[in-house]
Write a protein that binds this ligand. Structure first.
Ligand code: ZN
Length: 409
């Protein structure tokens, strides 16, 4: 590898993008092999943990004892979609006009490149110091829930530490300290079948479900009137509202900052899938709705489900599809402060944010590990066509990361 830092980071990101690791199916053997060889060429050995065939996780460690700082990035990417809609082929890793293009450039092979480079640059220094352990981890499966990746590693005590940085895209001046949780349920309405010409003889499950959906929306509005965000997160919600508002305005949506703040800082309500009935001339005896709700820190997914169960009695049953706890790392934690300082040193205004979706960061936080999500790229470009990362962002996040790690040890 040659050239200045920007060229090196761009080249490494491009190489990673060129190795297809689309999930599903999520086979990351190729990327992991590349990372293992890349680290080995720089004098670092690594271990592989493969909980599901084709989904290996790689861990490399330097130094000794505590504190243990974990650097983490996922190796899988979402599918490219319709390849003809890409200006440059999705796995070309084309570098042009200060940007690296391709699927995964922002989410998150740019971030992987940054933590690989930082680990390789500082590894030998930390090794000799005896003031703690730096752990590099490239993990599988994030795009489908992280079960064969970070979740398994944390549960198996393979990947634990005193702090973690997950290099998901935030852009260099923002860092994420919180994630919403998940409350996904199925509302099931049951009725009594009859001939469609004599509906009075039946009990229409679709009509019951419609009433149940409206009632559910009312219940969530009531829950939201009582939401009190932890004080640490008020600013993060405001900052995130501004980020998503910019994207929304670019897309031609007429929304206000308050609209975005409202949905980010409270329980969101999205009926996603509806099914019911079997024939036009029959009174349906079954109808169901899959409902996606994202809950902010301070609200428990279980209590939301309890409120729905109680309020919908007689209209619909509430079945749990999936839940996860919202989580955050207080702004007073050292790792948060160091990232904040590192950004400020680059003459940018550091902005904490909250994510509406989930990352692997939740597995660290739920284990009590203070965790910051911080890495190159643009939140609004993840999973889109013509995804790119700027070389500027790669360099800046590298510098912030380097500062943070040097100070940490
Ligand atoms: Zn990601």
């Amino acid at each position: 590898m040659r050239g200045n830092l920007g060229d090196q980071l761009a080249e490494l990101t491009s190489r990673l993008v060129q190795i297809d690791s689309t999930n599903p199916p999520g086979d990351v053997t190729g990327v992991v092999g590349f990372i293992r060889d890349w680290l080995s060429a720089r004098g670092f050995s690594s271990s592989i943990y493969e909980y599901v065939k084709g989904k290996p996780n790689l861990i490399a460690k330097v130094g000794d004892g505590r504190p243990i700082l974990i650097l983490n990035g996922h190796t899988d990417v979402v599918p490219p979609g319709d390849s003809s809609r890409w200006t440059y082929p999705p796995f070309s890793g084309r570098v042009i006009e200060g940007k690296v293009y391709g699927r995964g450039s922002t989410d998150m092979k740019g971030g992987l490149a940054v933590i690989m480079m930082v680990f390789a640059e500082l590894g030998h220094v930390i090794e000799g110091k005896g003031s703690g352990t730096l752990v590099f981890s490239a993990t599988a499966d994030e795009e489908v829930g992280g079960h064969a990746g970070v979740e398994a590693l944390v549960k198996g005590n393979v990947l634990v530490g005193d702090a973690a940085i997950v290099a998901e895209p935030t852009g260099f001046s923002r860092y994420c300290i919180a994630e919403k949780g998940l409350s996904q349920v199925r509302l099931v309405a049951r009725g009594r079948p009859a001939h469609g010409s004599l509906p009075v003889l039946g009990d229409n499950a679709i009509m019951k479900l419609i009433k149940a959906i409206e009632a559910a929306q009312g219940i969530i509005e009531e829950v939201n009137r009582g939401v009190k965000l932890p004080q640490d997160l008020v600013e993060a919600v405001d900052n995130s509202a501004r980020v998503y508002l910019e994207g929304a305005l670019r897309g031609g949506l007429r929304l206000s900052e308050a609209d975005l703040r409202g949905v980010i800082g409270s329980v969101s309500f999205n009926p996603g899938v509806i099914r019911g009935g079997s024939k036009i001339n029959m009174v349906p005896d079954y109808a169901e709705l899959e409902l996606d709700m994202r809950v902010p820190p301070g609200v428990s997914p279980g209590s939301v489900i309890g409120r729905l169960r109680e309020g919908l009695r007689g209209l619909a049953d509430v079945e749990v599809i999936d839940t996860s706890e919202p989580n955050y790392t207080p702004t007073g934690e050292r790792i948060v402060q160091l990232i904040h300082e590192g950004i400020a040193r680059l003459n940018a205004e550091p902005k904490p944010i909250i994510m509406t979706g989930a990352t692997d960061g939740r597995y660290f936080r739920l284990r009590g590990i203070p965790t910051v999500i911080y890495g190159p790229g643009e939140l609004t470009l993840a999973h889109t066509y013509d995804e790119y990362v700027t070389i500027n962002d790669l360099v800046n996040t590298y510098n912030v990361m380097r500062y943070t790690i040097e100070k940490y040890f």
